[in-house]
Design a protein around this ligand. Structure first.
Ligand code: 0GY
Length: 306
């Protein structure tokens, strides 16, 4: 057997024992953004990857799901696995209907392969524009992929930096599928919430009927996880941004843990605190029911009761 590649320098492993959340997630809660990494002995990482993560397999993901009181997962293909969706598909299958997948495919993907992924539980593809994660794909290739998956009723998940949205917005708007944006379009949370950049993002969401993941406060924060007076209110600098998205688009927001939190080097979040962040951004029970249950069910399990 080949020797496993060492982790990227500075890489932090997932939290070994997340706390018990104080907030009880409503029954049927969907974690709409999480990943599996390997284990690399079974599912080797892609040669073209830009980082090497720790192993974070499906058993650990399902243990976290049960610990936090989550009912279902949407497992998003991470760039370290390139377009080899085996680890993600294996995890989705193993979840027995309690997971869906978002894949990465190349423009020459066949209809047979797409049907196989669909039968396994995949419902979308991800287009990633972060230079530190991928070499940019030509837009024509992405359009080809979007046209191939549209007949299956899949959507496109978009991961981009907020500064790149003005250049990308028209391209996104012309794609023939529903769109889902990761991590609120990665706002700079040191800018005002009603400033030009975030307002531009909100208008983009409004104009194109986009779904938004209110996720990753641990990645967007500048002030860090410091909790106030034991209230378990972490990542307070991200709250106004997430709260605004939930208030303006309550029928098109999704929530996710982003476990196992790739590429964090400053701190590793306590996933229990991430759950306790939710009531600060979705401030009524009705909004939380939509964010955590009704919206992701409509997108990933349409027609199924939670
Ligand atoms: C995330 C964020 C990151 C990584 C990836 O696919 C990936 O490698 O998405 C990141 O480093 O910001 O959503 O997991």
């Amino acid at each position: 057997m080949s020797t496993p590649s060492p982790k990227t320098a500075g890489w932090l492993d997932w939290h070994p024992n997340p706390s018990e959340p104080a907030f009880r997630l409503p029954p049927g809660t969907v974690d709409a953004h999480c990943h599996v990494f390997g284990p690399q002995a079974t599912f080797p990482f892609a040669p073209e990857r830009k980082y090497t993560p720790c192993d974070a397999g499906k058993d650990r993901l399902f243990a976290l799901r049960d610990h936090l009181g989550i009912a279902r997962n949407v497992i998003v293909q991470a760039t370290c696995h390139g377009a080899d969706n085996s680890a993600m598909v294996d995890a989705v299958r193993a979840a027995g209907g309690r997971a869906r997948g978002v894949a990465t495919v190349r423009p020459d993907v066949t209809d047979d392969e797409l049907r196989r992924l669909d039968a396994a539980g995949v419902r979308g593809v991800r287009f990633n524009f972060l230079r530190r994660l991928v070499t940019a794909s030509p837009k024509d290739d992405l359009t080809t992929i979007a046209r191939k998956v549209a007949p299956l009723g899949w959507h496109v998940v978009l991961y981009f930096e907020s500064a790149d949205l003005p250049e990308l917005a028209d391209f996104f708007g012309a794609l023939p599928t529903a769109l889902v944006v990761d991590h609120m379009g990665r706002p700079d949370v040191t800018e005002p919430v009603d400033g030009e950049q975030f307002t531009g993002f909100l208008r983009f969401v409004d104009r194109h009927d986009v779904w938004v993941k209110v996720s990753c406060p641990e990645r967007l924060t500048v002030t860090g996880p410091a909790a106030l007076d034991g209230e378990r209110n972490a990542y307070t600098d991200v709250v106004p941004f997430a709260r605004r998205v939930v208030a303006e688009f309550e029928d098109r927001v999704l929530w996710g843990t982003d476990w196992p939190h790739p590429n964090l080097t400053d701190h590793m979040p306590d996933d229990g605190l991430l759950v306790d962040h939710v009531p600060h951004v979705a401030t009524t029970a009705a909004r939380r029911q939509k964010l955590l249950v009704d919206n992701p069910m409509r997108l990933y399990w349409p027609g199924e009761a939670n």
